[in-house]
Design a protein around this ligand. Sequence first.
Ligand SMILES: Cc1cc2nc3c(=O)[nH]c(=O)nc-3n(C[C@H](O)[C@H](O)[C@H](O)COP(=O)(O)OP(=O)(O)OC[C@H]3O[C@@H](n4cnc5c(N)ncnc54)[C@H](O)[C@@H]3O)c2cc1C
Length: 412
Amino acid sequence: MAHEVVIVGGGLSGLCCALELYRNGVSFLLIEATDRVGGRVKTDQCDGFLLDRGFQVLLTAYPEAQRVLDYSALRLKPFYPGALVYDGSRFHRVADPWRKTRDSIKSILSPVGSLADKLRIAWLRRQVLDLSLENLMAGEESTTEQRLEKLGFSPKIIDSFFQPFLGGVFLDADLTTSSRMLDFVFRMFSIGETAIPEKGMEAIPRQLLSMLPGDSIITDAKVKEIKTDSTELIVTLASGEKIETQTAVLATNGLDNLLSEKKKPKSRVVSCFYFVSELPPITEPILVLNGTKSGLVNNLCVPSNISPTPTGAALISATVLGDSKHTTEVEPQVVKSELRQWFGTQVENWKHLKTYHISHALPSAEQIPPQQLSYKYQEGIYLCGDYMESPSIQGAMVSGRKAAQAILGSRL
Ligand SMILES: Cc1cc2nc3c(=O)[nH]c(=O)nc-3n(C[C@H](O)[C@H](O)[C@H](O)COP(=O)(O)OP(=O)(O)OC[C@H]3O[C@@H](n4cnc5c(N)ncnc54)[C@H](O)[C@@H]3O)c2cc1C
């Protein structure tokens, strides 16, 4: 069967490209190299626990996710709107005052930043809500750290809150990510919830897959080469099979060698450590941040406080950001001994379950152009992926739709 479009890559961008083409009556074949679609959004079963491949969350305010996904079918489990900040001796609560009014009194009095810092947060919130999303993404650009300094935040709140919080969102300990991403995520956190589907993050690509015709998707098939042959494109799989098409979309993460002359995005590296224990170190569905400016662990959460595990055991997830200082893979024992300082001797009873070292978690996104480059790379070849828009689920999903729309537009 002839396919009008071949999509290489079954991550969120490839799936959303496929969905847009399908809804507009264009036939496609999506080819995914691994055993299943989802790309970087995967959930594994391990000893009865559901483990996301790296701690990640859906911000329910993402406009593209709202447009495409059925949130109630995902059975989203929200986080507490705020965080606990560990300062080296105790935990301080930082609450979103617009949603947790009572807790915000404690927040205002907490030593995580001054009162002026808390007023600046309110001012930043107003600013990002007043602008349209387009204008927000077209605003003056610097690094996130420079923007926080320019906004007048004290070094104390930058080091103890913004660095671990935004560092954990951008997987960027040095906050060199574009300030446009800071504005964007601040807006998303202000208007929506932070959530994980009951069955883990992979429920998101699984839902997208369920909207597509099953016979248009093949897995365990790596594309080795794409060549132009007069008017056709020849897509060659690693198995040697050749597929002819008019149009191909590369929905890879941009690191493939299919277009040898194309510049590759720089990667953010992260490691996620899962531990199991009889009792949870905290009992709320809340993010815990390392506000000490030292140590390896950037953030921690207890996924079993969000979706209980079948046995009632506690599942703990700790995130270590990769950077120039941490080029070698960290051992779970090292993470455990650091967390013993946070939670005391109970940590000695934690059992290490699994570690994910992820060498390409996000594209580095030091610049986010307001108007992205063309989705058409050359005649018949289109690109999509988070690196084309913004390093996020939103960016990946929207890029897939835009690539499909560019193809549809070229047919008019
Ligand atoms: C640990 C971690 C934490 C994150 N946290 C968040 C978060 O909290 N919130 C948020 O919004 N986003 C987060 N993200 C980012 C989000 O998951 C990604 O932006 C998004 O999933 C990228 O989708 P994509 O389609 O662009 O790329 P990918 O998901 O990388 O998909 C590319 C696909 O192409 C396939 N492929 C590559 N080459 C070939 C080939 N030659 N042939 C066939 N197939 C090929 C790959 O196997 C893969 O399935 C996080 C990501 C990670 C890893």
